[in-house]
Design a protein around this ligand. Structure first.
Ligand SMILES: *Cc1c(COP(=O)(O)O)cnc(C)c1O
Length: 400
């Protein structure tokens, strides 16, 4: 069965992903089962998506109730789940308005368009540049790959969209030098995810905010990965006492259902009037009913507090791994967005963990990334740490 699925996939699916030879059939909370019945503890969560775990029954029920009522009608009309979800997001953030779409790239696409449209509407026709960060990740559409500060992602697609400039993350002087009257926005991830789990230096985000205010540029936070509780606050910006003008969300907002959102303050959002932007599926009731249950579950079950507590426990465990194993160079991250930088390539470690029943992930070649469902338990963390302990001990001889 397994080989049939994999062989067929390799024939009929575009080869854009290098996949592990595992076919998953079932999940519950932080556990996944493959087609042969092998069990895995999940420290990837569909890449920071299933923050409430797999096959969450309350979300399944919200989805099924809405499926029985109404899937979709288009944004030519109003529907209750969409309005309620937008109102919840506005109530719990800096923002006044929400634009719904279907993915992180689309949310960033909307943010980029809104920043440009703001300049246009204010009569600043030459103010169109957006400064983003080296090693950032903002998506794979043309505008968002143009905004992404990683050459390998833009490779082969030239000419990409013009008007993006890159500066190193955490370098406020570089940003200062790059600022000009031509800049309409600065866009960054409050904690870089794909770039290797890089936290902002103390006061960095506040300094960025001040530079933007002085230059009359908008500040865009891409919280596609950091949002929805991942860092131990519902939105990562809450850690830093800095509010953006625009924020983008996606990944965990639907706990696995496709949804993206762009949030903005009124004076920024007002550049999007009827006809300025659109999405057929954006905010469709079948998806927003489920996402509304996601955010309500976060409140009912104090998920963010749990994330902060186990995240700090997890980080301590990773620190002790670093103390015991020379191969570990650095521990980084916040909440349950954690990274372990190795002095060797991470891929073989990932494969060994998977063989031992733990899904983990690696970014930037040598940074193991841990982004489990936020409902992960200390016991599950302990067993991963033992597994890593064993693997690092076994390579000790080969290392150095
Ligand atoms: C995943 C991600 C995106 C892209 O989201 P898609 O839903 O894959 O389009 C954008 N920004 C950040 C920070 C991400 O982590």
């Amino acid at each position: 069965m397994k080989n049939e699925v994999i062989n067929l996939a390799d024939k009929v699916i575009a080869s854009t992903y290098k996949r592990f030879p595992i076919v998953f059939t079932k999940g519950r909370k932080c556990t996944l089962w493959d087609i042969d019945g092998k069990e895995y503890t999940d420290f990837v969560a569909g890449i920071a998506v299933c923050n409430l775990g797999h096959a969450c029954p309350e979300i399944a029920q919200a989805l099924s109730l809405q499926a029985d009522l109404l899937f979709h009608v288009s944004n030519l009309f109003y529907t209750t789940p969409q309005v309620e979800l937008a109102a919840w997001l506005v109530d719990h953030s800096f923002a006044d308005r929400v634009f719904f779409c279907n993915s992180g790239a689309e949310a960033n696409e909307a943010a980029i368009k809104l920043a440009r449209k703001n300049s246009h509407d204010k009569g600043h026709r030459d103010r169109f540049k957006i400064i983003t960060m080296e090693k950032s990740f903002h998506g794979r559409t043309f505008a968002t790959l143009s905004a992404t500060g990683q050459q390998k992602i833009r490779e082969g697609y030239d000419p990409v969209l013009s008007g993006f400039e890159f500066v190193p993350f955490n370098d406020i002087d570089a940003l200062k030098r790059q600022m000009s009257d031509a800049v309409c926005a600065v866009m960054l991830e409050p904690v870089q995810g794909e770039g290797g789990v890089v936290c902002p230096a103390p006061e960095y985000l506040r300094a960025v905010r001040q530079l933007c205010d002085k230059a009359g540029a908008l500040l865009i936070f891409d919280e596609v990965q950091t949002g929805i509780g991942r860092t131990g606050r519902f939105f990562a910006y809450e850690h830093f006492n800095v509010e953006p003008d625009i924020m983008t969300l996606a990944k965990a907002l639907g706990n696995g259902l496709p949804i993206g959102a762009m949030l903005a303050k009124e004076d920024t959002a007002s550049a999007f009037q009827a006809g300025a932007h659109a999405s057929t599926f954006g905010g469709t009731p079948i998806i927003t009913a489920a996402a509304l249950e996601v955010v309500k579950l976060f409140e009912r079950e104090n998920i963010v507090d749990h994330c902060r507590q186990v995240g700090s426990y997890f980080k301590d465990c990773l620190m002790s791994l670093k103390d015991r194993h020379e191969v570990v160079e650095d521990v980084r991250g916040i909440g349950l967005l954690l990274g372990l930088k190795l002095k060797i390539p991470g891929a073989p470690i990932v494969t060994e963990c998977i063989n031992k029943g733990f899904l983990i992930n690696c970014t930037q070649e040598n940074i193991l990334r841990f982004i489990p469902p936020l409902i992960i338990t200390r016991e599950e963390i302990d067993s991963l740490i033992s597994c890593l302990d064993e693997i690092f001990s076994s390579i000790k001889g080969e290392f150095n």
